[in-house]
Write a protein that binds this ligand. Structure first.
Ligand SMILES: [Zn+2]
Length: 253
C-alpha cells in the first residue's frame, strides 16, 4: 500500500474513502487492464458521491502507516479480509479491507484502535525433517532412531520463546506464517540429548545433519500468528450521563 493513496475520513459519519493512484479502485486490481480503463470513470463518480454525501461534514486525511498491511489469507487470494494501520496524527485507526464475493467491490471499514500479531503456535516441521532424514540417512539410521530424533527436536522446540528467535526471510504462502531459526544454545542442548541416545556413526551422522540444515528450510521452526484487533472504546454521551445520574442517586442515600 503506497503513500500516494489518499484515505479520507468523515469524522461525523465515521466513514472512509480510499483514493488510489490514477483514480482507480483497488477492486479491479485482479482484472485485466482493459476492464480497468473502463472503471476509471466509475471511480471518479464514486468519489464525487462520497463528497456529495458528506457535504458540510468534517473531513480529514488519514496517513496510511507503511508496511502495516496484514492479511489472514495468501496474498494472491482475492476474497479475504486484510488490515492496515492509519493515523490522523492524534489517534490511530485500523482499516479493515474486505469483500464478500469475488464479483463485489472491496469495502473499507474504519476501526478505532490498533491490531497486534499474536503467536498462537510454534512447531518444528516434522514431515519435512522426516523426509530429509530418510533421503540422506536411510543406510545409517533406523526408523526408531528417526522417530527419536524428531521427538528430541520437538521437545526442544516446545521450550522456545518465539520472541527470542531470529526470523528468517523464508518464502511463505501466507503472511501469518513466519519461519525462525533455532538458536545455538538450543541446538547444543539438542545435540547433548542426541549424544546420550545415538552412538558412534549414528551420532556423527545426526550431528552432520544438524549442521547442514540448521540454516535452511528443513530445521526451521514455523510460527503461526493471529491478527488481534484492539478496539478503543469511545464512551458514549448517554453512558456518561447515566453514570452521573447514578452518582447523584447514591449521593442522596
Ligand atoms: Zn459524513
Amino acid at each position: 500500500m503506497s503513500s500516494v493513496n489518499q484515505l479520507i475520513h468523515c469524522i461525523n459519519c465515521h466513514e472512509i474513502y480510499l483514493r488510489t493512484p490514477f483514480d482507480q479502485t483497488p477492486e479491479y486490481e485482479w482484472e485485466p487492464l482493459n476492464s480497468l480503463r473502463e472503471s476509471q470513470g466509475i471511480e471518479k463518480d464514486d468519489f464525487q458521491d462520497f463528497l456529495r454525501n458528506h457535504r458540510g461534514h468534517q473531513l480529514e486525511n488519514l496517513k496510511i502507516i507503511e508496511d502495516s498491511f496484514v492479511s489472514e489469507k495468501p496474498y494472491s487470494e482475492p476474497v479475504k479480509v486484510s488490515y492496515f494501520k492509519a493515523t490522523n496524527g492524534r489517534e490511530n485507526f485500523v482499516v479493515k479491507r474486505f469483500r464478500e464475493k469475488i464479483d463485489q467491490p472491496i469495502k473499507y471499514q474504519l476501526i478505532r484502535g490498533d491490531y497486534s500479531l499474536k503467536c498462537i503456535d510454534l512447531q518444528i516441521q516434522s514431515e519435512t525433517i522426516r523426509k530429509q532424514l530418510e533421503r540422506e540417512m536411510k543406510p545409517f539410521l533406523t526408523k526408531t532412531q528417526i522417530d527419536t530424533f524428531l521427538q528430541f527436536y520437538h521437545h526442544v522446540g516446545q521450550k522456545l520463546d518465539v520472541n527470542s528467535l531470529e526470523r528468517v526471510p523464508e518464502e511463505s504462502p501466507t503472511p501469518l506464517e513466519i519461519y525462525y531459526k533455532m538458536d545455538d544454545f538450543s541446538l547444543m542442548y539438542l545435540l547433548r540429548n542426541c549424544r546420550n541416545f545415538f552412538k558412534g556413526k549414528a551420532y556423527a551422522e545426526i550431528e552432520g545433519f544438524i549442521h547442514r540444515h540448521k540454516d535452511d528450510g528443513v530445521l526451521l521452526l514455523k510460527a503461526t500468528y493471529r491478527i488481534e484487533i484492539l478496539e478503543r472504546r469511545v464512551p458514549k454521551r448517554t453512558e456518561v450521563a447515566a453514570v452521573s445520574l447514578m452518582k447523584k442517586a447514591s449521593e442522596k442515600v
